[in-house]
Design a binder for this molecule. Structure first.
Ligand code: AMP
Length: 401
């Protein structure tokens, strides 16, 4: 089915053709008509499914019929958890709207606000912002909300995880009442639904099933290995398999710096990407990673959240992520929109419960490999699928009483 059949006009479909978007993804097929019809929507869809175009294309279509913005007034507001995601969404928006007289701006903290303020004065139709900076600018009367027609909360679950609930409620309070609300989240957990309920009465609901989320074009496998052998194993795999562009996820900033050192000692050049590095450095690292100038980026989960690189061949969980949804998010960085990717995880014995939760979430076991010379001294048992962690079991018992 072509994009035009979904109700998008030629100025948008011609921009999509230039981007080589030949046909809509599942979430786009489902979401675009619903949004064009003016419905409120809550959608479960991970990064990598094409969700950004899923909400942005119909927003552009609708905004293209109205008057363009006035000074400091915006017409669509997209709230995102991280500056990286703000930048990515804005970059995509710019490409989608290249034939339209609409303007967009990514607004986030950690940088001087002067340029952002000047852009808002020039006029912005679509503002993509992180919660803290948005409220800050609103408080300074740099932006007004009375002409907002549509609100998107992107990666809502992530925003809750990052403790943005109060900020989001404040944003809700300041927005006009009769606007269109669109909420996208990797999962529609109780917390996300509770958040949605505060402003959305009877939303349309779309869910991309877990089996589709755990996409077939991603080859997932894990290596069981003792904790103290992980860096040696990584160097071995990189050299042995001649791996190129790999995004490596690690738990802490300190761990990232240490791993970069360890890899360098073995002749592998890598860079650390985390919130301790300045925005300018992070932007440059991303650019170099995208261009291939850097092959190995060692990133903490939060920092890596917004990284969107087309056709990233491989992600590696050096540390196994928690919670299970984070695993699904991370593997979504590879095998994007039709490309084949590989997602590898290092698992040691103390990750056992976490692994059970991840495999239960996926609904299947992940293929296991043991690498010769790195056989674990402490083996990792085979997971129990449908694993319920102890604290949840207790809650369930309490609920049943
Ligand atoms: P998202 O889930 O919005 O982060 O998008 C994931 C990636 O898929 C991005 O790199 C998009 O540019 C790409 N993408 C989204 N929709 C399509 C499509 N219909 N055809 C080809 N690529 C797409």
């Amino acid at each position: 089915m072509p994009f035009a059949k979904l109700g998008l006009s030629p100025s948008i479909t011609s921009a999509l053709a230039l981007l080589d978007y030949t046909k809509p993804t599942t979430i786009q097929k489902k979401a675009i008509p619903v949004i064009l019809d003016g419905n409120d929507l809550i959608a479960a869809a991970q990064t990598g499914t094409g969700k950004t175009a899923g909400y942005m294309l119909p927003i552009l279509e609708k905004l293209s019929y109205g008057q363009t913005q006035k000074k400091k007034r915006i017409r669509a507001l997209v709230v995102v958890p991280t500056r990286e995601l703000a930048i990515q969404v804005e970059e995509q928006t710019e490409k989608f709207s290249q034939n339209l007289p609409l303007t967009s701006l990514a607004m986030y903290g950690g940088v001087d606000s002067k340029v952002q303020k000047a852009k808002l004065i020039e006029g912005v139709d679509i503002l993509i912002a992180t919660p803290g900076r948005l409220l800050d600018m609103y408080g300074q009367h740099a932006v007004y909300f009375e002409e907002v027609e549509v609100l998107v909360l992107d990666e809502a679950d992530r925003m809750l995880d990052m403790g943005f609930i109060d900020d989001i409620n404040k944003i809700f309070d300041r927005l006009p009442e009769n606007i269109q609300h669109l909420l996208f989240s990797a999962t529609l957990s109780h917390r996300v639904r509770d958040l949605a309920k505060t402003v959305i009465i009877d939303p349309y609901e779309i869910s991309i099933a877990a089996s589709q989320a755990s996409k077939k074009n991603i080859a997932q496998w894990l290596v069981t290995v003792d904790k103290d052998k992980k860096s040696a194993l990584l160097s071995y795999l990189i050299k042995e398999n001649e791996w190129k562009q790999t995004l490596i996820f690690i738990e802490t900033k300190h761990g990232a710096a240490k791993l970069v050192d360890q890899l360098e000692k073995r002749g592998i050049k890598a860079e650390a990407f985390h919130s301790g590095r300045s925005q300018t450095v992070r932007a440059k690292l991303l650019e170099d990673f995208k261009s291939g100038a850097i092959q190995f980026l060692v990133a903490t989960g939060v920092a890596a959240r917004g990284i969107d690189i087309e056709n990233l061949p491989r992600v590696l969980n050096y540390d196994l992520p928690f919670p299970a949804d984070e695993y699904v998010h991370r593997i979504g960085r590879t095998g994007r929109a039709g490309a084949v990717g590989e997602a590898i995880s290092f698992v040691s014995k103390d990750n056992f419960k976490n692994l059970c939760m991840i495999e239960s979430r996926l609904g299947h076991l992940i293929e296991r490999r043991i690498i010769e010379g790195f056989e674990p001294k402490k083996p990792v048992p085979v997971s129990i699928l449908n694993y319920v962690p102890k604290h949840k079991r207790q809650n369930q018992n309490a609920d049943n009483r």
